[in-house]
Design a binder for this molecule. Structure first.
Ligand code: ATP
Length: 363
């Protein structure tokens, strides 16, 4: 069990972590979710005493600095490349292991688990980001710790790697261990985490089971309907008491009635339906709705790229941004600091890239 209490950290007078308190329980995977710059890495560093700040974090009642054998109790590696970029991966792990009385056999075991045996004699600086992440995980697992803390461990992993990581973390937690994993990747978290601690601008936004969090979305349980007779169907649905919102073009977002009722109503009235689907990404919607006002940086998605250049909507709203999981947008060369009108120029990047942020070597 981890108990984080009143964590605070300021950089240049600005709060990166602002009075953050939460518990991380054993037996489940707890996701630590927040947009870029929300303060996830800073929080983790504060928890482990790697950064100076206020507050206290206890691991089964003991602060990290007082743990007798930290590697055996809390598995965490900040930046494998930074530790010693020139050292071979296996040597690096062996030295870490020796410092805590952990056997060489265990080093080979964890290298095998994470799939790095064949490249164990290479230096991490020659590794891809995905391989660095695996090495970080291997280091964190060395001491067979009761608590595992991973900062953006899935960054750089390919889909097979992510699937493996997900299965691994779930199995690790199922053994009654405590698993705390940070990410800004919502789709990934929705499949990985049972419980979520969500932050924005260093403050706690939610601390609850992932399904409860997803249910907070205004789109949770809503049905997306596409029809060429959008206004007629809207009126008919309103007459049966449905909560209907018009979306773009020929779309309706319908709440309060079952899909079957919508289909039958349309059929009885000779209305053609092109789509009738339950909204499938409520976690994304909940996250974007709740964190949007607290995102440090908000990018404007480009909805179309005509020959004359990008067309920019007035503002990237939470509903517009909810499509990020299905589409890759180009993002214009303008970031907006939330809560301020000051624009700062930056290069054009992809939304996926923006979300990936500064993650190299974390984990
Ligand atoms: N060493 C530092 N000096 C100054 N400001 C910093 C420093 N480290 C972090 N910050 C600022 O603190 C805030 C939180 O950063 P942090 O890296 O903890 O966020 P994060 O949620 O981990 O972001 P990301 O998902 O992009 O990695 C940001 O505004 C960041 O710019």
């Amino acid at each position: 069990m981890i108990q984080a209490r009143n964590l605070r950290k300021k950089y240049g007078g600005v709060a990166a972590v602002d009075d953050l308190s939460f518990d991380v329980r054993p037996g489940v995977v707890t996701g630590f979710l927040g947009p870029n710059g929300a303060g996830k890495s800073t929080t983790i560093r504060l928890m482990l005493g790697l950064d100076r700040g206020e507050g206290e974090t206890l691991f089964d009642g003991v602060p990290y600095r007082k743990l007798r054998q930290p590697l055996r109790e809390v598995g965490y590696v900040s930046d494998v490349r930074a530790l010693h970029p020139g050292r071979k991966a296996r040597t690096h792990l062996r030295m870490l292991a020796a410092s805590q009385g952990i056997s060489r056999k265990r080093v080979d075991e964890v290298l095998d688990w994470v799939g790095l045996t064949t490249v164990a004699k290479k230096r991490p600086r020659a590794y891809s980001l995905g391989m660095v992440q695996r090495l970080g995980l291997a280091a964190a697992l060395l001491g067979d710790p009761r608590v595992l803390i991973l900062d953006e461990p899935a960054n750089g992993l390919d889909p097979a790697g992510i699937q493996w990581l997900r299965g691994f973390l779930r199995a690790y937690a199922a053994e009654g261990r405590t698993v705390f994993v940070s990410s800004h990747q919502l789709a990934e978290m929705s499949q990985m985490a049972d419980h979520l601690v969500v932050i924005g601008q260093g403050r706690l936004i939610a601390d609850e089971p992932a399904d409860v969090f997803a249910g907070r979305s205004s789109t949770a349980g809503r049905v997306l309907v596409r029809t060429p007779h959008v206004e007629r169907l809207r009126r008919l649905l309103a007459e049966v008491g449905a909560d209907v919102e018009r979306g773009e073009n020929s779309e309706l977002a319908v709440g309060g009635v079952d899909r079957a009722i919508i289909g039958e109503l349309a059929f009885r009235n000779g209305i053609v339906l092109h789509e009738l689907t339950l909204r499938s990404a409520p976690l994304e919607d909940a996250f974007l709705e709740l964190t949007a006002p607290r995102s440090e940086f908000t990018a404007r998605p480009v909805v179309a790229v005509p020959s004359g250049g990008p067309r920019i909507p007035a503002q990237a709203t939470s509903s517009g941004a909810a499509d990020w999981d299905t589409q890759t947008f180009d993002v214009v060369s303008e970031f907006e600091q939330a809560g301020s009108d000051a624009d700062s120029a930056s290069d054009s990047i992809e939304a996926d890239g923006a979300a990936a942020g500064s993650v190299a070597g974390k984990g």
